[in-house]
Design a binder for this molecule. Structure first.
Ligand code: SF4
Ligand code: SF4
Length: 354
């Protein structure tokens, strides 16, 4: 196994740091490479809420890549949110559309099926742009997480799964251990070439704000997550995704080469660990996902122009001649994303169908 380089910058100029990270990882000339930049756009949130990637980091990354001659795309799959009419509106609210300098794309429209018969999750759909790009750049946000303790590189990659499919996968694997294994499997489907964790302004599990001013970067997401957990002051192997990756031989903590000083974020609060946490989390998750999966897509025939885009995009082929087979529908909402006429919306099953 080769050494894993983890580069740490603190309070350095963003433009210079981003350029140096790419150089340090061996990406000098990018020619006409197709690059997908994947920030963390979990939901529509303002930058000061510290739950999505800093627009400044996105902007500097995009500027560097464009100057290097790359063909750049920026995109992520947020959780569906009824407050916003489209994924672009979510991105706009986060400040990502401006930061992307015209390169923002909705990557939730078209999916490709991935088959992994030996995995826990044997079949799933990912945004096709993730599989088609030459270079994948991940920009996770440094955060604590109720289920997986912390979320950095590996958890950010759950966003390669289109919006509504994420809760569906959660519903299949609600327990901490099994869900963490699935996260590692999804990460390994197409590992990012460059990961830059945004640890500039962060918020912890107790809602306290910290300003570490740091970027943590490298090309092995598991090694980066290990370093990030050390910075939070916990045993990294307490984070299930890190332990699972270490046990599977996807990285070796002994082989991490730290470039720059790894400093602890004093007083960074993490979720409480208590007896039967895993069982309780799984129980609550099951209820929440049941409520979530109660939302169904509805086609409004008055608005439909019969373009057939929804039928073509539907991963399980649940739409035939504008009829949705709800027994097949997996609530991914790709049909809503792709409909050019705004003729599909999701509605609570409890409120009945029109
Ligand atoms: S009908 Fe269901 S499965 Fe098909 S695209 Fe729409 S939400 Fe996804
Ligand atoms: S994508 Fe929209 S407009 Fe096109 S067929 Fe489906 S519902 Fe109708």
């Amino acid at each position: 196994m080769k050494e894993h380089t983890v580069v740490i910058y603190q309070n350095a100029d963003l433009q210079t740091s981003v350029r140096d990270i790419f150089r340090c990882l061996g990406w000098n000339g990018l020619g006409a490479k197709k690059v997908l930049v994947k920030p963390n756009m979990l939901r529509g949130a303002l930058p000061e809420e510290c739950v999505v990637t800093s627009p400044h980091l996105i902007e500097e990354t995009v500027s560097f890549l464009m100057k290097s001659g790359a063909e750049v795309m920026v995109g992520d799959n947020p959780m569906p949110d009824t407050r916003f009419a489209s994924v672009r509106d979510v991105a706009d609210h986060c400040g990502f559309v401006t930061a992307s300098r015209g390169a923002f794309r909705n990557i939730g429209r078209y999916t490709r099926k991935v088959k992994k018969p030996k995995n826990l999750l044997k079949e799933f759909h990912v945004s096709r742009e993730v599989l088609d790009c030459d270079l994948l750049v991940s920009l996770p946000k440094y955060k604590s997480h109720e289920l997986t303790t912390m979320t950095m590189a590996v958890k950010n990659h759950f966003g390669i799964i289109p919006g509504g499919l994420k809760p569906y996968i959660h519903s299949l694997f609600p327990g901490i251990e099994e869900f963490s294994r699935v996260l590692v499997e999804i990460y390994e489907t197409r590992t990012p070439d460059v990961v830059i964790v945004d640890c500039l302004d962060v918020i912890d599990a107790k809602g306290r704000r910290h300003r570490p001013g740091m970027l943590i970067a490298g090309d092995n997401g598991h090694a980066i997550d290990f370093a990030c957990a050390l910075m939070a002051g916990i045993d990294p192997l307490r984070v299930p995704t890190i332990r699972i990756a270490r046990d599977a031989g996807l990285f070796d903590p002994e082989l991490i080469n730290y470039v720059g000083a790894l400093k602890r974020i004093d007083g960074f609060g993490l979720p409480l660990v208590f007896p039967f946490r895993s069982a309780i989390v799984a129980f609550v998750a099951r209820i929440l996902y049941r409520i979530w999966l109660g939302r169904i897509p509805i086609i409004d025939p008055r608005l439909c122009t019969e373009c057939m885009s929804c039928e073509n995009v539907c991963p399980p082929r649940a739409i035939t001649k504008l009829h949705i087979d709800y027994n097949k529908c997996i609530k991914c909402y790709c049909c809503i994303e792709v409909c050019p006429a705004g003729a599909i919306r999701n509605k609570s099953r409890l409120r009945g169908r029109r």
